[in-house]
Design a protein around this ligand. Structure first.
Ligand code: KIV
Ligand code: ZN
Length: 519
């Protein structure tokens, strides 16, 4: 068996900021995208797909900012096989030291006929033109044909051969609809890779998780010669999401013996980035999620606990520290000063301005009055709650609920909007319902609560309860999170965070023109 370092290196192409951000309700602000991109660079991914610049002026600016400030990985931008898309991608990438244009079309007849209204020949011609044009901006051009797993294989060989000859350096073979099963996908990659005669091509895979097979399919492609895997933190992405970065990387690392491959990812950053992405997108990580879920290293059964206490490897194939979990560390107390406070955040990789330290410190002291022990997770909740990069149009100023057996649940809410203070009261089916209805009355914005989930942030009866909500406002669905020792307050703040995000999104220019459905 070869030494791990001598096995083929798998290029990790992260698409959290592009396909991941297409997950319903996951929209990120400019600052959040930059923070995530920096965290991905610290994780040492090879390529960051920073966005789809033609989608909106905001996406363009975010890609440009990432290209100009994030060091290390190649920065990629997505573009359809349309000249204006490629031009926009090329312009956004100008500041990057290492830049890639990723242009895509489709391979299946169903996409060509029903969506793109093109013949197979026209698609080849347009793809070739797009690749040649992309090469005028950079030597690093990736081409993808969507829906390859429902496409005619020989047509795919013709299409990929033509774009490779036109100058594409990476050929990505996506399972856009998550339809493949592993052996079939291995065979597809082998079939195409075996027939493309252009030297130096990197074959890449991009698997969606509609059947829960994204990671398995991506791994199976390594055997067929794929050397790039496209994936996203926490498996975010369209519909059921993409191949989860943390899972594929830890599978390759843990089973290097079976897979005969390695990556250069710094796995000790995985947990931190996963938490950051969950915090910023408002999309919670399910408890039993592989690698980064809260239960991933929890042992409940007596036999398992006994085994673990005697020898960890009896039931653990990965050490928590390998992904950067140091345990729910007891950190600060009521008497901790600002210096220790700031230092703690910077050790968690969160850089706060002086003003943010002040704001966070006030919240920390208020929390320390309610709760004896403050853990890392509590501090992260403070940052998430108080520093949502979305400016708060409305702030919760006062909340009083009366509820209990035999009483009609009623809420009184006072919101502050700039210098104005508005107050109202309402009854509901429960205290949370009453509070949210009151917010609707004050703001005149009516949301439909699609999801409400509650998790304990740390441990103990006085733990912070973190509420994640998903709210539909007509055509737009947004997510929000908030934490408090009082769960009604957490729910109310999470809902208000959604209202604020909605207003922020509406204020952003040009979002309406976003052609996202096409990626
Ligand atoms: O799922 C898909 O096919 C894509 C392409 C743009 C690569 O996201
Ligand atoms: Zn995709």
């Amino acid at each position: 068996m070869s030494k791990v370092s001598e096995t083929p290196r798998i290029i990790i192409f992260d698409t959290t900021l592009r396909d991941g951000e297409q997950a319903p309700g996951a929209s990120l602000t400019h600052r959040e995208k930059l923070e995530i991109a920096n965290a991905l660079a610290a994780l040492k991914v090879d390529v960051i797909e920073a966005g789809f610049p033609i989608a909106s002026p905001d996406d363009f600016e975010a890609v440009k900012a990432i290209a100009g400030s994030v060091q290390g990985p190649v920065i990629a931008a997505l573009a359809r096989t349309i000249e204006k898309d490629i031009e926009r991608a090329g312009q956004a990438l100008v500041p990057a030291k290492k830049r890639r244009i990723h242009t895509f079309s489709s391979g299946s007849d169903i996409h060509l006929k029903s969506m793109l209204k093109m013949t197979r020949a026209q698609n080849i011609e347009r793809s070739v033109r797009a690749v040649k044009f992309a090469r005028t901006f950079t030597d690093d051009v990736e081409y993808s044909a969507q829906d390859t797993t429902r496409s005619d294989r020989d047509y795919l060989v013709d299409l990929y051969t033509a774009v490779a000859e036109a100058g594409a350096t990476t050929l990505n073979i996506p399972d856009t609809v998550g339809y493949a099963v592993p052996e079939e996908y291995t065979a597809l990659i082998a079939y195409i890779a075996g027939r493309i005669k252009v030297p130096g091509i990197v074959f890449s895979v991009h698997c969606h998780n509609d059947l829960g097979l994204a990671v398995a399919n991506s791994l199976s492609a390594i055997k067929a010669g794929a050397r790039q895997i496209e994936c996203a933190i926490n498996g975010l992405g369209e519909r059921a999401g993409n191949c989860a970065l943390e899972e594929i990387v830890m599978a390759i690392r843990t089973r290097a013996d079976a897979l005969q491959a390695h990556t250069d990812v710094n796995t000790r950053e995985l947990y931190r980035v996963s938490r950051m992405v969950s915090r910023m997108t408002g999309i919670a990580v399910q408890r039993n999620k592989a690698i980064v879920g809260a239960n991933a290293f929890a042992h409940e059964a007596g036999i398992h606990q006994d085994g673990i206490l005697k020898e960890r490897t009896t039931y653990e194939i990965i050490r928590p520290e390998d992904i950067g979990i140091e345990g729910a560390e007891l950190v600060l107390g009521k008497h901790s000063g600002r210096h220790a406070f700031r230092d703690k955040f910077s050790r968690m990789g969160i850089v706060l301005s002086d003003e943010e330290v002040e704001r966070a410190y006030v919240q920390f002291i208020a929390l320390a009055d309610k709760k004896k022990h403050i853990y890392d997770d509590d501090l992260l909740a403070i940052v998430r709650d108080g520093f949502d990069a979305v400016p708060n149009a409305y702030e919760l100023d006062y909340l009083h609920v009366s509820a209990g057996t035999g009483t009609v649940p009623t809420a009184t809410v006072r919101l502050r909007k700039g210098a104005q203070v508005r107050q109202d009261a309402c009854c509901g089916d429960g205290p949370v319902d009453a509070a949210l209805k009151t917010i609707d009355r004050i703001t005149h914005i009516h949301g439909v609560l699609l999801e409400f989930s509650l998790q304990s942030v740390s441990v103990g009866k006085d733990a912070l309860g973190e509420v994640t909500v998903r709210v539909s406002f007509g055509t737009e669905t947004v997510s929000g999170k908030a934490a408090s020792t009082d769960i009604v307050e957490a729910g109310t703040k999470a809902y208000l965070a959604c209202v604020n995000r909605l207003l922020f999104n509406r204020a952003r220019q040009g979002k309406a023109a976003c052609p996202r459905g096409k990626a």
